[in-house]
Design a protein around this ligand. Sequence first.
Ligand code: IMP
Length: 429
Amino acid sequence: MPNSVIIGSQWGDEGKAKIIDYLTEHSDCIIRFQGGANAGHTVVVDNHSFIFHMVPSGIMYPSKICIIGNGVVFDPEQFLTEVDELEERGISITDRLYISDIAHMVLPYHKAIDIAREEHRDDIRIGTTGRGIGPAYADKANRIGLRTGDLFDWEMFKEKLTAAYTQKKYIIEHVYHASLDVSLEEIIDSYQLMRERIVPHIRNTAHYIFNCYKQGKRLLFEGAQGTMLDIDHGTYPYVTSSNTIAGSVCHGAGVGPSVIDHVIGIVKTYTTRVGNGPFPTELDNETGEKLRTEGGEFGATTGRPRRCGWFDSVVLRKAIQVNGFTRMALTKLDVLNTFKEINICTHYELEGKKIDYLPTTAAELEKVVPVYETHQGWNCDITECRQFSKLPENARNYLKRIQELCYDVPILLVSVGPERSQTIEVEPL
Ligand code: IMP
C-alpha cells in the first residue's frame, strides 16, 4: 500500500479507527501526528472493544511499528494506562512503540486549567474534553512547554517543572479563582515512576520515519478529530487546538509533503458533533435521537451524547478542498438501515441566497439554512454485505449521490458494521 494519511472529514468520530485498523494490515508504520488524549479511537476485534486515546490504534497488529509524532501532545498517564491494558491482553509493545523526543507533554496543571478556564468563561464554552489539550499547545506556542526529551535529564526536568508549576498554580488560583488539587511533590513523584517506563520508548522519530521511508516501508498517518475541528479551517472558536487536516502530517511527524501518496477522508454517512458550536444539519428531534441510538453515538472520551444530523455535502466539499482527498471511506452505512427516508444537504441558504460553500465564521454558519434532497431508505440489514453490487439499490444510489456531490472523489471502501470484516472494498489504492 502507498503511504497514506487518514483524516476525519467532519467533526471527528467518523469511525477512523476501524478504517485505520483495516488498512494497518497493509502498512508497516502507523504514526499519529496531532491531537492528544482528546481523541477516542475505538477498535472492535472478535467482539472485544478497545478504546485508544494516546496509542496509535495500529498497535492491535503485533508486527507493526507505532509512533507518536512530535505534533501530538503526549499524556504520560493515559499512555501508561493503555500500555497496561494492552499488556494485560497479551499485546506486547516492546521495540515497536516509539514517542517523539520533541513531543510536548500534557501535565496535570494543563487539565486543571482546561476545566477552570471553561468554567470561568461566560461568553463562549467550547465543550472541551478537559484533557488539557489547549493549554498544552498554548505552552508549546509560548515556548514554555515540557517535552518528552526533557525526561532524559531528571534534574533539569524538575527545574523546568517547578517553574511551570508555580506559574500555572498562580494562574489557576488568581485568574480563574479555582484550585490546583495536585502538589508539585506529587507530580514529581509520579513522573519519576512513569519516567522509568516511558524513556525506553522515546527517540528521534522524524529520523526513524525517514529511514523507514527510504527502506520502502509503508507509512500510515493516523489523524485524530476531524476537519471541522481544525484550529484554522474549522468552526473557530469551537475547534480543538491543533491542525487536524492532512497538511499537519508534515510538521507533526517531520516528513515532507512528497512522502504522502494518498489522503483518505473518512466520511460518516450522516453527521455528528460533540461539544458546542454550529452544526447546520443537526436534528434536535426524534430522528436525531434515532441516529444516536442506532449509531451508538456517545463520546468515546467523555461519554457525552453526540449531536446527530443528516449528511452535509457542504462540509464535505470544504474537507476535500483543504485536505485534497484522493479517496473517501464511507462509514456506518448500516446505521441507516431502518430509516424510511434519508436526507442529504446539498447546499445552504444564507439570508435568502443559495450558497454551496462553507462560510468561514461561526456566526455566519449559525445562520445558514440547510437545503435537502430526500432519498428512499433500503429498510433491510446490510451488515452481512461484502460487495458493492450486492448492496440494495437505494443504498448504492445514496452512496453514488454522496460521491457526486463530493467532487466525484473515488470511494475506497464502505463500512457496514464495527468489525474489521464488515467492510466493502470499492476502489482499492
Ligand atoms: P478539546 O480538543 O478537548 O479542547 O475540545 C475542543 C472541541 O473539540 C470540543 O468540542 C470537543 O468535543 C471536540 N473534540 C476534541 N477531540 C475530539 C474527538 O476526538 N472527536 C470529536 N470531537 C472532539
